[in-house]
Design a protein around this ligand. Structure first.
Ligand code: MG
Ligand code: MG
Length: 269
C-alpha cells in the first residue's frame, strides 16, 4: 500500500461537502436496497445507483478505479460467498435466499463518500440473518471508538473482538481507510489489531470503517474476472461500511440520508 501514508485532516467546511457526498451515496444505496428482490440483475441495481448519483450532480467514484483493469461499474455487487468487488452483470440474477453486498462510492465537488451494506433477497436462513446482524453491529462497535485521542488499533480491536467472539472471521487482506479527495487515503483501518496501537486519531480525520466478515475462514480468493474477491472456502460473507468524520463531539457518520436503512441505534455514540 502507498495510499495509507497520506493522512489529510479536513476543515469543518470540507466535512460539510463530504456530508453531501455521503448523503448522495446513501440515496443511491437506499434506492438499490429498495430494488433488491428475486429476479433482479446486479446490472439493473448498478444502473439505479448511477442514475441517482448523476441526477444529484455527482459522479460514481468506482468507475474507472485502477486495478487489474479499470473498474467498470458504479457499485460492486457481491453475492453469498463473494465478499467484495463483485462486478455487476446483466446475467447475474438475484435469487430467493441469497445475500448480496452492495458497495458504492460517490464524488461530489471533489470529495468522496464510500459506504456499503449486505441485505437478504427475500427469505434468508437464520444463519445468514445472524451474519448480517453481527457484521452491521461490528461496524457500529468500530465507529464508537472513532474519537480524538484514541488510536486506530482501538477501532480495529473493537471490530475484531465483536466479530471473532461470535465465531466469525475477518479478512486480513482488505481494510478500512481514510477517505476525502481520494477514495483511499491514510490511515489504513484494519479490522483486526491491538488497543492503544497505531495512528493517533485526531479531529478532522475522515475514515471509512468497513468490517468484511466471513463465516468459515479469514482467507479469500480472487475469481477469474480478476476483481471479485470471495471466501476461500465458499462460506457466506458480509460487508457493511460508513464514511465517518471525527469531530470534537465524537464520530459523525457522513454516509446517511433520511430513511437510510442501516443506521446505528439512537444515541449509540
Ligand atoms: Mg466501499
Ligand atoms: Mg471503502
Amino acid at each position: 500500500m502507498s495510499w495509507d501514508r497520506q493522512i489529510v485532516l479536513k476543515s469543518p467546511a470540507e466535512i460539510e461537502i463530504m456530508r453531501e457526498a455521503g448523503r448522495i451515496n446513501a440515496l443511491a444505496l437506499m434506492e438499490v436496497w429498495k430494488a433488491v428482490r428475486p429476479g433482479v440483475s446486479t446490472a439493473k441495481l448498478d444502473a439505479i445507483a448511477e442514475e441517482v448519483i448523476r441526477s444529484n450532480g455527482a459522479k460514481p467514484a468506482f468507475k474507472g478505479y485502477p486495478g487489474p483493469y479499470p473498474y467498470p461499474a458504479t457499485i460492486t455487487a457481491s453475492i453469498n460467498d463473494e465478499l467484495v468487488h463483485g462486478i455487476p452483470r446483466p446475467d447475474r440474477i438475484l435469487r430467493e435466499g441469497d445475500i448480496v453486498s452492495i458497495d458504492c462510492g460517490t464524488v461530489f465537488e471533489g470529495y468522496v463518500g464510500d459506504s456499503a451494506f449486505t441485505v437478504g433477497v427475500g427469505e434468508i436462513s437464520p444463519e445468514a440473518q445472524r451474519l448480517l446482524k453481527v457484521t452491521e453491529q461490528a461496524l457500529y462497535a468500530g465507529i464508537a471508538r472513532l474519537r480524538a485521542g484514541n488510536r486506530v488499533g482501538d477501532v480495529s480491536a473493537a471490530i475484531q473482538q465483536y466479530v471473532e467472539s461470535r465465531g466469525y472471521h475477518l479478512t486480513r487482506e482488505y481494510t478500512g481507510h481514510g477517505v476525502g479527495r481520494n477514495m483511499h487515503e491514510g490511515p489504513a483501518v484494519p479490522n483486526y489489531g491491538k488497543p492503544g496501537r497505531g495512528v493517533l486519531l485526531r479531529v478532522g480525520m475522515t475514515v471509512a470503517i468497513e468490517p468484511m466478515v466471513l463465516v468459515g475462514t479469514p482467507k479469500t480468493r480472487v475469481l477469474a474476472d480478476k476483481w471479485t474477491v470471495a471466501s476461500a472456502d465458499g462460506s457466506l460473507t458480509a460487508h457493511y461500511e460508513h464514511s465517518v468524520a471525527i469531530t470534537k463531539d465524537g464520530p459523525l457518520i457522513l454516509t446517511l440520508c433520511e430513511g437510510y436503512p442501516f443506521q446505528p441505534p439512537e444515541g449509540a455514540f
